[in-house]
Design a binder for this molecule. Structure first.
Ligand code: URA
Length: 466
């Protein structure tokens, strides 16, 4: 069975084009000799001065950076030049393909169902992958989801799933493909061999103030998804206080860049821009989010989580030619009939998890009560996310453990009426001392106005790109 495919086609073609273009100058020169023509300093200077980089320059700098032959400080300078001067559409596609070509690419050709994945740019209470993956599988497609762990105030899908006793994100290539074929749903840890240039570049960007560049974010996300081998992709680009992008115009620009990269790479791609000023659902943490995802898979759960899961599932199914209105591919029907829940059970069991085992619970809980009566008009996503993180649901440094039971349960959401002294939220932690650290940020996340205050629920789906 063929599993990994070295993505040599693109670099081979690039080298061929490069050699042909310059053969009148150099004669029958070998690729190694031709590549000596490039140097990092002139590539940095070109981008610094606002010039577009050629395919050859991009291929050379990314592959040499991945191999350690372009120094970190040179790549950091180039990242800053890109942040300041951008990449045009052709540069962006080439940059992304070069990142994909720095590593291995998954070969899903043996999977009999069409493959489609979803990526979220990250939000608070964003447990959508958990119900969405088995739901789309229950509607006839296969979802090969390679995921990561959380860092900061937005949680990671693997951390949430690891709260299920026995569940493991580590699958052999054979097990990954077999599960994708039999169940149609896999969520696994991404291998370090996928887009290694991105891993290295992201670590550099993190310490050089160059994370906030739309072309660098778009190429980083898309290189990993393209390397994963999915045939189609739906992006959930979050906008609001709890998201990476707080501004709709910027989020739209990011979505357009990623959709274009996907199309250029032959991956049918659509993006939804979705609101993230309020956490999704009522549960923010790890085990508590799994429990809420299971409610949705049983046909219940908070209305906003169900609505978004259905909207994303419909987009995913349409991309692979399935009609979400037909009985066998209807996400609503699959949730309400129990078919999606059955796929969830199969997915969890296939990875060693016990879907019937009790989920971990935090050792301590503390209720935050309303200081006054009125209508809740805000529950700020970032504040709630930071509170959950301070309670132990997230990690401060890569590699830190997370508390599976920690988090926040919202008793009230924007629009709800509340009486003074009634619970607004419950904090969950293994260590009581954490309550003091989280209490104020959580309390300050809520705003309560008079009972008769006008309130319009924020839109969940703001736009669609693709
Ligand atoms: N997520 C990524 O994978 N890369 C970025 O650059 C930003 C968010």
């Amino acid at each position: 069975m063929r599993w990994w495919r070295h993505d040599t086609e693109q670099s081979g073609h690039a080298a061929h084009r490069w050699n042909s273009a310059f053969s009148h100058l150099w004669g029958d020169t070998g690729r190694e000799k031709m590549s000596e023509h490039f140097d990092a300093v002139s590539i940095i200077a070109d981008k610094r001065d606002g010039r577009a980089l050629s395919d050859g320059q991009i291929d050379w700098v990314i592959s040499n950076f991945a191999r350690g032959e372009v120094a970190d400080e040179q790549m950091a300078a180039l990242a800053m030049a890109v942040l300041l001067n951008g990449l045009n559409a052709a540069e962006l596609s080439r940059w992304t393909q070069a990142m994909v070509g720095s590593g291995e690419r998954l070969d899903l050709a043996s999977v009999s169902r069409p493959t489609v994945d979803k990526h979220s740019t990250g939000g608070v209470g964003d447990k959508i992958t958990l119900p969405l993956t088995p739901l789309v599988a229950a509607c006839g497609a296969a979802v090969p989801q390679l995921s990561g762990r959380g860092l900061g105030h937005t949680g990671g899908t693997l951390d949430k799933l690891e709260s299920i006793p026995g569940w493991s994100p580590h699958l052999s290539p054979e097990a990954f493909l077999a599960q994708l074929e039999q169940i149609g749903a896999v969520v696994a840890a991404a291998s370090g061999d996928l887009a290694p240039a991105d891993r290295k570049l992201y670590a550099l960007r993190d310490v050089t103030g160059t994370v906030e560049s739309i072309p660098l974010i778009a190429s980083s996300i898309m290189s990993k998804k393209i390397a994963e081998g999915t045939g189609a992709l739906v992006l959930d680009v979050k906008v609001g206080s709890g998201a990476f992008m707080r501004d709709l115009a910027q989020a739209r620009e990011l979505a357009q860049a990623m959709v274009r990269i996907g199309k250029d790479a032959g991956v049918a791609t659509v993006a939804l821009l979705t609101g993230m000023d309020v956490p999704l659902g009522r549960a923010v943490g790890n085990a508590v989010e799994v429990a809420e995802a299971v409610q949705v898979l049983r046909g219940g759960g908070p209305a906003d989580v169900r609505e978004l899961v259905i909207a994303l599932a419909e987009e995913m199914l349409r991309l692979v030619g399935r009609d979400p209105e037909s009985p066998e591919s209807s996400p609503r029907e699959a949730l309400d009939s129990g078919r999606a829940h059955a796929a969830w059970r199969g997915m969890v069991q296939a990875q060693g998890g016990d879907p019937d085992a009790p989920l971990p619970e935090a050792a301590h809980r503390e209720v935050l009560v309303a200081p006054r009566s009125g209508r809740v008009v805000a529950a700020d996503a970032r504040g709630v996310g930071v509170a959950a993180w301070r309670l132990g649901a997230g990690r401060e440094r890569q590699g830190d453990p997370v508390s599976f039971g920690a988090g926040v349960l919202l008793a009230k959401r924007p629009g709800d009426l509340v009486e003074a002294g009634e619970p607004l939220a419950t904090m969950l932690a293994d260590d009581r001392e954490r309550f003091g650290w989280a209490r104020d940020v959580l309390a300050n996340s809520f705003a309560i106005a008079d009972h008769e205050a006008a309130f319009t629920a924020p839109a969940l789906i703001l736009d669609r790109v693709g």
